[in-house]
Design a protein around this ligand. Sequence first.
Ligand code: PGA
Length: 254
Amino acid sequence: MMRKQIAAANWKMNLTLQQGEQLINDLLAKPHSLKENQQAIFAVPAPYLMMAQEKLGNKERVAVAAQNCYSKKSGAYTGEISVEMLQSIGVHYVVLGHSERREYFNESNPFLAEKIDICLANGVTPIFCCGEPLQIREAGKQNEFVGTQLNESLFHLSAADITKVVIAYEPIWAIGTGKTASSDQAQEMHAFIRAELAHQYGKETADQISILYGGSVKASNAVELFAQPDVDGGLVGGASLIADEFVAIINALK
Ligand code: PGA
């Protein structure tokens, strides 16, 4: 099986409803080609999920994602969003463990493991983010750091379940900074992540898992990044808010 190549837009906390609608309309009006093994995913703010689902839900090879969900099934958790709610509006993807959630909302590896579990138990695909801060990279300890994130949040899963997870490697020093990891740095880490997956689950399973790169991906660097053998597309923040940029990023997928 050929693993999926994915261009995922992460709007973060940006745009009004009207601007979001306009962006999707602009994207749909531009020529883009998604081959059979390719997918475009739009992680939009929660209040816009239904709008995005209405506009994109029936399109082939296109999906809508939430930017977060809670670890509990339902109940007295004011302000949180359950997996069941996502399912009920036809949303089958959710970004989990983004570095901004880890940093500003104290999301830990074990807490994320709980979120991963409830998603998989309910047929929602997690896009699991990992990645090291600058001081860890400067100390040369990035593999150890990312290895621990994988270990503590994902490696309790069965081989059948791990193939349902999409991994996004996002070095924190490259997010929103305009400072992209070089394609060699991205490939090196992606190869390490795939080797860890292979060590845990075997090569055949590891080869099925899409590993996206995130951190200042733009039209001008996407082709080179996505050309790397273990880079299966990108998770894109800033450039996903500009229709021309994001379409070019979709068209850069292998
Ligand atoms: P960026 O964000 O593309 O704006 O660097 C990426 C992300 O945080 O997902």
